[in-house]
Design a protein around this ligand. Structure first.
Ligand SMILES: [Zn+2]
Length: 230
């Protein structure tokens, strides 16, 4: 549903939980309780990647609602999930900078905002709230067009993304690269390559909301408008 229409409908009908019919514009307590973060570690070469859960069942529904409908009512819950994934990577660090993978111009236009960047800001705020100095910095940008990732295999994804990003600045201190969905790890690995090519940077790993199920349905297997990985 278009955002303007959703806003108008909320005014007339009352805002609902984005995952059920409960009143209120945010995720209701019942839905939140049914979706706790369940961090899973993912092999992505020598990069440590942690996702807050597997892209299946209600968690998949929540991520797709957030990604395809830009349902901002899901932001607090998903930011909490991302923060939980980041926490498993930081060890004794007292501060961490979250670096979101860059989104395409098309994605920002379609969704009206940069979903992953917004998520990074909210997750950094959550981390600060529990005593870790969290910040978010958009210091990566795309330097060329890439094809939609969802129909590509592992090697094709890596080729599609190779040298597609550039770091415009380098954060100081420990860094965690963040994304929403990790499939093969190609995107977060390209982000780390772009950061490292600019200078010394302490990358603790990458964190995501979900990891695609091995052998499961395609991450992008949603019929609405062809989910892109960014
Ligand atoms: Zn609900």
């Amino acid at each position: 549903m278009d955002r303007w229409w959703q806003g108008a409908a909320d005014l007339v009908l009352g805002a609902c939980c984005p995952l059920c019919e409960a009143p209120g514009g945010r995720v209701c307590r019942r839905c939140a309780a049914s979706l706790p973060p369940e961090p899973v570690h993912v092999a992505a070469g020598d990069l440590e990647v942690v996702a807050a859960g597997v892209h299946a069942g209600p968690r998949r529904d929540a991520v797709l609602a957030w990604k395809l409908r830009a349902a901002s009512g899901l932001d607090p819950l998903l930011a909490h999930h991302l923060a939980a994934a980041v926490l498993t990577l930081v060890g004794d660090a007292e501060a961490v900078t979250l670096v979101p993978v860059p989104s395409t111009r098309r994605s920002r236009r379609e969704r009206g905002r940069d979903l992953v960047a917004d998520l990074a800001v909210a997750a950094a705020r959550d981390l600060t709230g529990i005593g870790l100095h969290g910040s978010a910095r958009r210091c990566l940008r795309l330097v060329r067009q890439t094809a939609d990732q969802h129909a590509l295999g592992r090697e094709e994804r890596a080729l599609n993304l190779a040298r597609s990003m550039r770091a415009t600045a380098l954060p100081t201190g420990p860094v965690v690269v963040v994304d929403d969905i990790v499939t093969t790890g190609s995107t977060v690995r390209e982000a780390v390559r772009a950061l490292a090519s600019r200078g010394d940077v302490e990358v603790l790993g990458a964190a995501a909301l979900v990891v695609a199920e091995q052998g499961g349905p395609a991450v992008a297997g949603h019929p609405v408008d062809g989910l892109r990985s960014r």
